[in-house]
Design a protein around this ligand. Structure first.
Ligand code: ADP
Ligand code: MG
Length: 554
């Protein structure tokens, strides 16, 4: 008998598993997609390692995923001949929450109100552990390619798992075999009809062929051919095929809001397939979040770490496949490669112009994208000097003048007052709070539109964006505003800069009481209903930026 080690799951895993099993899960089918996507990743990782070490694949050069159905025994087996896992890799990958995304997901789930949780699980992939939704025991036998030992990981998903070495005869020659002992109410997942339907629906375009066999079959039959969707021409791909592929690559379960698929020819040759999701990934603001763009060289997966897009387009997922880089390109070389820099530029341009086209052709659809990703896109105004104008033109804002609607800067400038040389804004809180701000009163009274900037990033880019169509950005909280330039539309008289006599005493009194806490107290034209408001000085930071810097301890 081989020695068995028993390990407790990391606390986060135990929580996730508990949630998974006890939530009335609306769509349990997704576990299969998660396992197939892991199997395909493992095959792609092996193909990549085999570039430097061809011996790893020499005995069996074709990648494949095989599904075995044991209907009688209520067992479903998913096997791949990919990279496999060593003992330590199993403990790391199947006993902890290695994905930062999963941790972010858990936090969202725990913060969610009762009932919302299931929706969230349905929306996002949650990886390997999802197999415990349908199985009360899971055995994973794995042999890392090139290794002389194999290991069995086994668990009922209730707090701990066993791990032990197994004889090579009991393991795949290389790769991983996952056996699910199905729960009573999940036995249909061992039926051919169900599994074929799910695989075609969810995993039809995984770039590794999928085979299926019953326990009694001599030969497995092929379910999907593993051909790469992106190599086909756009006209031959249906909307469903794109959506299916998108779900595979994004780990989300929604529909893509935008699909960009093109072949670049000329100086650099590559194919790009990129998607804008229709809902926000839950880890979008996680600083450790890995990109969702994959780099392939001649259909061989190289890395998902190549930063194929600038950070402010990190919500876009997809891939680039090029023949211009050598297959044995190292990950370090990739970061420096001028070819990749050109590709990055080309793909960004195409994604941005697709967004521009959407804004023109279907404003409502564009605003949906904007609501999910506008806060990220605006980071580009701050970061990408070359595209600043373009990104400002793409941006949409709530303003003091148009209810809940969104306005572009071009709209704003078009409707600005004749004497108006600035684009006025108020930054802070949420749009509702901003709308109620006394700072707006004087502007409203004069019919001047004010942008309401409620994302944190706004305070940064407005400081840096010198102007749009010749107009500078100006915070209305800063210094004595330019209100004297504009007549009130309601016909009320403007206050003069001199403090009227009846206020002079009060101002002197307040200055004495407040001392150093304020720089000045002035009679102002900016209020129509409120008695007082705080403003920032003309030179220093805007009030909102001041707050952000304070809370960041600066
Ligand atoms: P993700 O796929 O996003 O990393 P998962 O929870 O699906 O998260 O899988 C966790 C990890 O387990 C993977 O990153 C991988 O290291 C390992 N793993 C899972 N399935 C396999 C497999 N079939 N072959 C090799 N490694 C696997
Ligand atoms: Mg996975």
């Amino acid at each position: 008998e081989k020695p068995v080690e028993n390990h407790a799951f990391e606390a986060d895993v135990a929580r996730l598993l508990h949630m998974m099993v006890h939530s009335v899960y609306s769509d349990r089918d997704v576990f299969l997609r998660e396992l197939i996507s892991n199997a395909a990743d493992a095959c792609e990782k092996l193909r990549y390692e085999a570039i430097a070490n061809p011996a790893l694949m020499a005995s069996d050069p074709a990648s494949r995923i095989t599904i075995v159905l044991d209907e009688e025994g209520g067992r479903l087996v998913i096997e791949d001949n990919g990279i496999g896992m060593s003992r330590d890799e199993m403990i790391e990958a199947l006993g902890t929450i290695a994905r930062s995304g999963t941790r972010a997901f858990m936090e969202r789930i725990e913060a969610a109100k009762a009932g919302e949780g299931t929706q969230l699980i349905g929306q996002f992939g949650v990886g390997f552990y999802s197999c415990f939704m349908v199985a009360d025991r899971v055995d994973v036998v794995s042999r890392r390619a090139g290794s002389k030992d194999a290991w069995l990981w086994s668990s009922d998903g209730k707090g701990s798992y066993d791990i032990r070495p197994v004889d090579l005869a009991e393991a795949p020659a290389r790769g991983t075999r996952i056996s699910l002992y199905l729960m009573e109410d999940a036995r249909s997942y061992a039926s051919r009809w169900t599994v074929e339907r799910i695989v075609k629906e969810q995993s039809g375009h995984v770039p590794v062929p999928i085979l299926i066999a019953g326990t009694a079959d001599a030969e497995p039959s092929q379910l999907t051919d593993g051909s790469a969707l992106w190599t086909k021409s756009r006209n031959d791909i249906s909307k469903e095929e794109y959506a299916d592929f998108y779900r595979g690559i994004s780990g989300q379960y929604d529909e893509p809001a935008l699909t960009v698929h093109f072949r670049a020819e000329g100086r650099h040759e590559y194919t790009a397939l990129a998607f804008v999701p229709s809902s926000q990934p839950f880890d979008m603001f996680d600083p450790d979040r890995k990109g969702r763009t994959k780099l392939y060289v001649k259909r061989v997966f190289i890395t998902d770490d190549a930063e194929l897009l600038p950070r402010y387009l990190r919500f876009v997922c997809g891939l680039v496949d090029t023949a211009d880089l050598p297959l044995n390109v190292s990950r370090e070389m990739i970061q420096e490669s001028p070819i990749l820099a050109a590709i990055r530029k080309g793909v960004s341009s195409r994604v941005l112009s697709a967004l521009e086209k959407l804004a023109e052709s279907d404003g409502d659809a564009f605003l949906k994208v904007w609501e999910s990703f506008g806060a990220v896109i605006k980071e580009g105004i701050y970061e990408d000097f070359e595209r600043r104008e373009q990104l400002m033109a793409l941006s949409r804002f709530r303003t003091s003048a148009f209810g809940d609607g969104y306005r572009s800067l071009a709209d704003y400038v078009k409707d600005a007052k004749e004497a108006q040389s600035a684009i006025y804004y108020l930054a802070g809180g949420n749009p509702e709070q901003l709308k109620a701000s006394p700072q707006l009163e004087g502007f409203r009274a004069r019919g001047i539109e004010v942008l309401l900037l409620s994302d944190s990033i706004d305070s940064f880019w407005v400081m840096n964006a010198p102007e749009f169509e010749g107009k500078a950005f100006r915070s209305i909280t800063q210094g004595a505003a330019d209100l004297a330039l504009f007549p009130k539309t309601d016909g009320g008289a403007s206050a003069s800069a001199e403090a009227p006599a009846h206020l002079a005493d009060f101002i002197a009194f307040a200055k004495e009481k407040l001392g150093d806490q304020v720089a000045d107290i002035r009679v102002s034209d900016r209020l129509t209903e409120s008695a007082v408001c705080l403003v920032a000085s003309e030179q220093g930071y805007d009030r909102q930026l001041e707050r952000i810097l304070q809370s960041a301890g600066r």
